[in-house]
Design a protein around this ligand. Structure first.
Ligand SMILES: NC(=O)c1ccc[n+]([C@@H]2O[C@H](COP(=O)([O-])OP(=O)(O)OC[C@H]3O[C@@H](n4cnc5c(N)ncnc54)[C@H](OP(=O)(O)O)[C@@H]3O)[C@@H](O)[C@H]2O)c1
Length: 291
């Protein structure tokens, strides 16, 4: 049985990756500050600890999902962001290459500038903010360090959360109100994608390792702004949508791309498609957190 290591297994994506892949593979999950057994705490900034961990566990493949993913946090703490998103990713890729471990790097649609969607896997990257630049630099480092690598670009993610603020999608439910007017970005076009669909896709790829290698795009296809997501959530929660105000210009502090639609042409060719209806899926998540 293949042994798969996952970094960031305490995070939004890594947690669901762990819970999904464990059904088909031997899985070792690592987190950092939130890691509790069976997950291991491994500081990716500690190179000796990383080497010891790889030597001890000897995985066949490593899915690297740990990162700082909030653009505004990245801009506020550039040194820590570069250390985790770029330096630690490069070191891990190099260590994996030396041990014949397939390195699967989770990247983002924010490596694109959002001016010419849809983006094929081969499209030129041109990030607009520090978060996107660190992921672009990490992609380049992975390509340089490792011959056995896969780069997986994903758009904004949602899924089962301990608290709604954990995802840039479900946090919108905390920003709308039953009694007061609230404003929501209606400029950037997003493709909210459920973490379970990313996990199912990676499971399918890992089951046939010959299909791995190079760049993959994984994305749901329902296009919507945060205002449109807020509208759906307001309906689910029984709030009046007349209290929602759309903002039609870019409004956040770190520059965001307009529309980074990811064309998942390689997965289409492989016949791998895992998607779901946003309204149904977010309704289930909001009900789970409320109960
Ligand atoms: N979320 C999105 O909307 C989105 C969109 C596009 C791409 N992505 C990419 O998808 C991947 C997963 O994102 P996510 O949303 O699941 O992230 P997340 O929920 O913010 O989780 C981040 C993970 O990184 C770990 N981590 C932080 N510092 C660490 C360190 N020094 N050493 C080891 N681990 C450390 C955290 O561990 P502790 O919490 O235990 O400290 C946590 O498991 C990332 O590569 C991200 O760039 C995410």
């Amino acid at each position: 049985m293949q042994k798969i290591m996952i970094t960031g297994a305490t995070g939004l994506l890594g947690r669901t990756l762990y819970n999904t892949l464990i059904n088909d593979f031997e899985v070792i999950g690592t987190g950092f500050s939130r890691a509790k057994a069976p997950l291991h705490s491994l500081d990716l900034g500690n190179q000796h600890a990383v080497i010891d961990f790889l030597e001890h566990h000897k995985p066949d493949a490593l899915v690297h999902a740990a990162a700082e993913r909030k653009p505004d946090v990245c801009e506020a703490a550039p040194e820590q962001t570069i250390a985790l998103n770029v330096a630690a990713s490069e070191f891990l890729a190099k260590q994996c290459a030396q041990r014949g471990i397939h390195f699967i790097f989770i990247s983002t649609d924010y490596v694109f500038d959002g001016k010419a969607p849809p983006y094929l896997e081969s499209a030129q990257t041109a990030p607009l903010n520090l978060y996107g630049r660190t992921k672009q630099q990490a992609e380049q480092a992975v390509i340089t360090q490792s011959k056995q690598h896969s780069i997986i670009r994903v758009p904004v993610l949602y899924g089962d959360v301990a608290e709604l603020a954990e995802s840039a999608v479900s946090v919108i439910a905390t920003q709308i109100s039953a009694t007061e007017k609230t404003q929501h970005d209606n400029w950037a076009v997003r493709y909210p994608t459920h973490v379970e669909d990313i996990a199912f896709t990676l499971r399918d790829l890992l089951k046939h390792p010959a299909n791995l290698g190079g760049i993959f795009h994984i994305s749901d296809t329902q296009a919507m702004s945060k205002y449109q997501m807020a509208y759906i959530m307001a309906n689910i929660l029984g709030y009046s949508s007349t209290l929602l105000e759309p903002i039609d210009q870019p409004s956040q502090s770190a520059a965001r791309p307009h529309n980074c639609a990811l064309a998942d042409s390689r997965l289409n060719n492989l016949g791998i498609t895992h998607q779901r209806d946003f309204k149904v899926a977010i309704g289930k998540i909001l009900r789970n957190v409320a109960t």
